[in-house]
Each structure stands twice: as structure tokens, then as C-alpha cells.
Design a protein around this ligand. Sequence first.
Ligand code: NAP
Length: 350
Amino acid sequence: MTETVTIIGSGPAGWTAAIYAARANLNPVVYEGAINSENYAKGTLPLGQLAQTTEVENYPGFPAGDMTGYLDSSIAEDKRKMMAPHAKEGVSGPELMELMRQQAVNFGARVITDDIAEIDLSERPFKVKALGGDEFETQTVIIATGARANYLGLESEDRFKNNGVSACAVCDGALPRYRDTPSVVIGGGDSAMEEATFLTKFASKVYIVHRRDAFRASKIMAERALSNEKIEVKWNSVVDEVLGTDTDGVTGVRLRSTVDESQTEEIDVKGYFAAIGHTPNTDFLNGQLETNDKGYLILPVPHRTNTSVDGVFAAGDVADDHYKQAITAAGTGCAAALDAERWLTTQGLI
Ligand code: NAP
């Protein structure tokens, strides 16, 4: 069996690529990811990072409102039954992803709930093996496997995910629980500075917890954060435990000094934002595509989605360590499908 377009990944980039490829009669197949404990632990279950968030207020076209009837009428009944009731503050991440998935399915995209375990990009058509045993060839591949946020790995951090623990202030910072309450941001890079500065729009106070006595962030971003009167830096500190209850979510953090480990301090916060980097999901590629020094796929042609191997395209966060937004991922998913279609035409394959 030789596929024309295989899309790997099921966030906004993957589904947008699937919608465009399906509407171009390319009969795409989407490997949306396997549902297993390893993916659960890594945060790489189907539907991507948005499936782990609550409201999405910044995806254009979805203002706050009651979408219950719309969701009932647009999503297949079996999928709809598994979804939480609509919250009305805006579309939720899981709702947005189910809507995109449904749209791709409506246009004929085939969806397989499995991971791609191995892919051989050394010759075309490319040879692909899925975790569940499927083996096939494909003329083109669109890699849209995204990235996963790094967390410290504390048990208490995991316990309060979506209940005060987040890795995206831009996504979650404006939600009611973070308004007029203190939050903490972990990290000392540009993301931590950006997240902390963004949070000051809503939070009563923002602590930045950094393990050293100097930021890694660029000077301009560090200075912007340091000059903000709502921001206080806890230097030479790491988080020992996220404190809270199941009812209230996060209520504080216990910090430990990296200079004198016997020194601890508790601070009251309602929000905990990890900003210690992301890891792109590229393990299955076994180094066959060029990446930058942080492991993100390189797109060698400006404003195109081609990767370093002809016939392989990439979209979304797996090739973006800069914007990391749902809308930018969707945009590059569209571009990848169009690039794949044009490449197939030039090769005489369609
Ligand atoms: P990053 O530069 O790798 O910084 C990660 C930070 O997290 C570092 O300060 C690091 O501490 C800390 N950290 C890592 N692991 C930790 C752990 N286990 N415990 C405690 N702290 C830990 O990542 P980033 O800030 O996400 O930035 C990624 C890239 O995106 C960078 O190139 C950045 O310039 C870019 N970016 C740009 C902008 C912008 O220009 N607007 C915004 C965001 C990001 P150490 O410093 O001690 O290693």
C-alpha cells in the first residue's frame, strides 16, 4: 500500500494539513497518536497540547458564548459524548481540537489512532511502521508532532495540572483564577521573562523562581521583567513542592535555596507556570531530518515547510521554537498541505 500524504500528529497543524489535503483530493491519512500510558505521561496524547488546556480565548473566530448547540450538531455523537459540557467562556482546547478533527474527517481524511514508531526517509516512497503493526509506504509526509512543555517532574506539579499548574501564561494567564492573585513563573530564559511580564497584566504579583543568580534571558527581556514593580525574583531557588488541595488547586509553592539546601521558604500563589523550555517530538525520526541545536526541525527554504529531505514537510511547533501558538500552527499546517500538493504535482505523482 502506498499512501500519497501521511500526516503525523493531531494538533492544529496536523488537522489543518488534513483539511487542506483532503479537500485537494489527496486522500490523506492522519496518524493522530496512540492512547497509552507512555503518551499520557509525556503529554503527547492525541489532539496535542491544546487537549490539555482549558479555555482558548485567543483563537480567532471563537468568542465567548454558548456553543453547546453548535457542538452537539457538528461533532460526531460518539466523540461528543466523551466531551465535558461546554463552559461558555470561550471554546475549550479539547473542543477546538475535536472540531478541527471532525472537519478533517468530514472531508474524507482517514484517522488512525496510533503512533508512527519508525520511518525510513532514505529512499522514496518512504517506508513507515506504526506502533500497532501497520506497515506501508508514502510519497510525502507532513510532520506535525508538536512539542511538549518541560516540567520539573514533581509529583505535586502533575497533581495540579489544569488546576493552577500550566506551562503557557499566554494561553491561560487571563483566566479568572489567575486574576488579581499572585503567580509564580519557573525559569530564567526569555520564555520566563515573557510569561512573567505577560502575567503582570492580570496577576496581583508575579514571582520568578530561578536556580541561579543570573538570567539566561536576553538583556532587554530580563530588564523589562526586572523593572516591572509587580515582579519579584527569587534567585538561587528551586521549587521543592507545589502546595494545594484538590478543591482549591494550587495555593503556594515551597522553595529551596540552591546555595544552602537547608533553607526553605513558602510563598502563597494561585498560579504556577513552568517556563523551562519545550522538547519537540522528533524521537521517531532517529535524526534523519536536520534540526537546530534545540532539536526543532529546520525548514531550509524561507516561508516554505520543506524539511531537509525532499518530500517531507513539517508544520506547527515541531519546527517552531519561536511563536508556539495554535493559530500559527494551523497556518503552517495549511502551508504544508499546499507545499506537499505542489511537490507531488512537480514529481508527476498526482
Ligand atoms: P531556555 O532559553 O532554554 O531557558 C530555560 C530556562 O529554564 C533556563 O533559565 C534554565 O536555567 C531553566 N531551567 C531548565 N531546566 C530547569 C530545571 N530542571 N529546573 C530549574 N530551571 C530550569 O528556554 P526558553 O526560555 O523557553 O527559550 C527558548 C528559546 O525561545 C530561546 O532561544 C529564546 O530566546 C526564545 N524565546 C524568545 C522569545 C522572544 O524573543 N520574545 C520569547 C520566548 C522564547 P539555566 O539558565 O540555569 O540553564
